[in-house]
Every structure is written in structure tokens, then in C-alpha cells.
Design a protein around this ligand. Structure first.
Ligand SMILES: *Cc1c(COP(=O)(O)O)cnc(C)c1O
Length: 384
């Protein structure tokens, strides 16, 4: 039906297009219904919207095509997607997770799943020997993020996939920061690509959503059953908003990435900035690794203020960039990971990981880059 040779830009623009069998409407309609009239004595294609809904189905198909999977599922949030994934495990199983993963992933494993007997270890997934040592007889899942949050560190995804499979474990990549238009985890050997679709995929800071794309049909079938059983699905309005956002994913990412690369270089030269973290401005090894597994460097960056005690003054001085958590939307947002996104981590762990009080995380939007740089420059200079 659809050419697999299409570029990501083309696939994105056509998300949800050609899916309406009733009237051929170009935009997928919002099927705001819970239940469906039976065509005869048997149920039809759809019977109950927790199980499946045409709008959600269309969005799932679009996301599955972008990632090249065997099937995709959509959830009410990224955390719901991760929860359903961990639900595939059994009591006594062990999970390895990237040490500077999203704070909520850590909280889910430690505060929720630990009490059901699922153990987890936080490991530096940039160091393969450390990952190798962390495997136990019961390790069934590795969850890696690359580039990581908030330090934008790149993990060797192909090697992680090989290692996980050698130990009989599955690999899930949280691909929220890159999305399928920059990095396709399943092509790199991962079993699952997991997303907070709230971020770049939806892209407008107006909808919470999560997605999981499965490489194998049997995993998809199992996850689909689990999702129907637990019920954390995405509603039709939100699925429609997500489809609407996905159509511009590729061009938003192009603009946001170009802005971010220019801002990272600008900050690296700024006297009030101690250090910048950006894939493309990290070490030569890290940058080469990013190039080998992704087609770009993304639009997230972090930097360390010269004076860590002035971060509140700095955020207050910004006039354009909004101090707010979340990321990936068209508006530029800045956060203070130490006190905001990563406060779930024990303080000593934050220090150990380099999530220090002077660290700022910037999600670069689609504004004019000169306006963004001028805003950062005046706020940084106000600290002198
Ligand atoms: C935001 C985020 C999540 C959680 O997603 P929600 O949609 O907020 O539930 C998971 N992983 C990463 C990398 C994120 O940025």
C-alpha cells in the first residue's frame, strides 16, 4: 500500500492520511465513541474503544510506519507506555536502566515495580563493561536513553542490543529526544522504541501521550493484550492532536535542531558558561557514535552556569525562553534539572551523575535563532 522507500519527511506529512474508509476524508476523523453497532450477529472490526478505536488506530499505524515496526500502541502518557512495557515482565525479573534516564522512569521502577518484586539497576550504558557486569540470570529488559536526559550522553545502541540479546534480555530505547526522523531504534537492533509522544511527536505542549513500537509481531500481540487488560490507552481527541502534530514533526525537528546547534556553539563561547552538553559538541568519540546511529543531533542541550548560585536570577532574567518543565514543543523552554525534572533522584546520585545545581536544560523551539541567542546573552550578562 505505502512505499517503504519514502523518506521520513514524506511519511510524517502523510500521517493519518488515506485512513478514512467511510468518506475518504484526508484528515483522519475523531471517532468520539465508546462502542460500535454490530453489523450482524457478530462484532464488527471495532467493538469497544479501550480495545481499539479508528482514530487511535490511524495514529498507531502512522507511528509504526515511521519507526518501521511490526505494530505500535498508544497510551495516555509516556509513563503509561513504560508501565505497560514493564508489565510484560514477571515477579523476580531484573531490569537494567540508563543511570541518567528520565527521572520518572527511575521513580516508576523504584517506587512502583520494586514492591512487586521487579528489581532494577541503574547503570552507565555508555560503558559496555559496566553493563556486562550488571546482567544477572534474571535480567529480562534493558531500558536505555540516547542521548540521555539531561546530560545528552550517547550510548552505543547496536552494541547494547547485541549484549542484551546474548543474555536473553530485550532492549527498549526511550527515543523521545530523537524521534524516528533522527534515530530508528528497531533498525539498530532494539526490540522496542518507547516514546513520550507528549514531546517532539505531538510537538505543541498541548497533549500528553505515549507510544511503544514493537519490532516483533509476537511482542506487539502480547503488549496489545496487556494494554487492553490494563486500559491506559490514548483517547480519540488526543490521538487526533498527536496525528496533527506528527505531520510537521520532520520540519519542526529540522528547525529546532539547526537552532540548537547554533545556540550550543554560542553558549560554548560565552564567558558566563562553564560547559555545554550537546551531541555534536561532546567528545570526538561521543560525536562519532551519535553520527553512526542517528541522522542528526536533536534540539536538546544542557549547560553549566559559571556561578551555580545564580540560576534563579538567570531564569528570572529570561524574557522569551519560558521556565517550564517538558520539552520538544515549538516554544523554547528551560529547566533546572537539579530541583525540577531530576529531583526524584537522591541528592548524592544527582551529584555523582553531574546533575549539579548550575546545570540548565534547554529545549530549543522554532523561534528565530537570533532572538533566542539575544535572550540568553542578556540573561547571562545580567549575572555579572
Ligand atoms: C517526558 C518523558 C517521559 C515521560 O513521558 P510523559 O508523557 O510525561 O508521561 C519519559 N521519557 C522521557 C525521555 C521524557 O522526556
Amino acid at each position: 500500500m505505502r512505499s517503504p522507500q519514502w523518506h521520513p519527511e514524506t511519511l510524517a506529512a502523510h500521517c493519518g492520511v488515506g485512513q478514512d474508509l467511510a468518506y475518504g476524508s484526508v484528515s483522519t476523523p475523531i471517532y468520539q465513541t465508546v462502542t460500535y453497532q454490530h453489523p450482524g450477529e457478530n462484532l464488527g472490526q471495532y467493538d469497544y474503544s479501550r480495545t481499539e478505536n479508528p482514530t487511535r488506530h490511524s495514529a498507531q499505524e502512522a507511528i509504526n510506519r515511521l519507526d518501521g515496526g511490526a505494530g505500535a500502541l498508544l497510551y495516555g502518557s509516556g509513563m503509561a507506555a513504560l508501565t505497560a512495557l514493564v508489565h510484560m515482565l514477571h515477579q523476580g525479573d531484573h531490569v537494567i536502566v540508563t543511570d541518567d534516564a528520565y527521572g520518572g522512569t527511575y521513580r516508576l521502577l523504584v517506587d512502583v515495580f520494586a514492591k512487586f518484586g521487579i528489581r532494577s539497576s541503574m547503570v552507565n550504558t555508555r560503558q559496555l563493561d559496566a553493563v556486562e557486569r550488571a546482567f544477572t540470570d534474571t535480567t529480562r529488559l534493558v531500558i536505555a536513553e540516547s542521548p540521555s536526559n539531561p546530560l545528552l550522553q550517547v550510548s552505543p545502541l547496536r552494541a547494547l542490543a547485541e549484549m542484551a540479546h546474548a543474555h536473553g534480555a530485550k532492549l527498549a530505547i526511550d527515543n523521545t529526544f530523537m524521534t524516528a526522523v533522527r534515530q530508528r531504534p528497531l533498525d539498530l537492533g532494539a526490540d522496542f522504541a518507547v516514546y513520550s509522544a507528549t514531546k517532539y511527536m505531538a510537538g505543541h505542549n498541548d497533549v500528553l501521550a505515549g507510544a511503544t513500537v514493537c519490532r516483533y509481531a509476537e511482542d506487539y500481540a502480547q503488549l496489545n493484550e496487556l494494554t487492553n487488560a490494563t486500559g491506559s490507552i490514548l483517547g480519540p481527541w488526543d490521538a487526533w492532536l498527536l496525528l496533527r502534530g506528527l505531520k510537521t514533526l520532520a520540519i519542526r525537528m529540522d528547525r529546532q535542531e539547526a537552532n540548537a546547534a547554533a545556540i550550543a556553539a554560542f553558549l560554548a563561547r560565552h564567558p558566563r558558561v562553564q560547559r555545554v552538553f550537546y551531541p555534536g559538541l561532546n567528545s570526538p568519540e561521543q560525536d562519532a557514535l551519535q553520527k553512526s546511529q542517528a541522522s542528526g543531533t536533536g534540539a536538546m542541550l544542557s549547560f553549566v552556569l559559571d556561578d551555580p548560585n545564580r540560576y534563579i536570577d538567570f531564569m528570572n532574567a529570561l524574557q522569551l525562553i519560558l521556565p517550564a518543565v517538558s520539552l520538544g514543543g515549538v516554544e523554547s523552554l528551560i529547566t533546572h534539572p537539579f530541583n525540577e525534572t531530576h529531583r526524584e533522584l537522591p541528592e548524592e546520585v544527582r551529584w555523582q551523575l553531574g546533575i549539579i545545581p548550575g546545570l540548565m536544560r534547554l529545549s530549543v523551539g522554532i523561534e528565530h535563532v537570533d532572538d533566542l541567542m539575544a535572550d540568553l546573552d542578556q540573561a547571562l550578562n545580567s549575572l555579572s
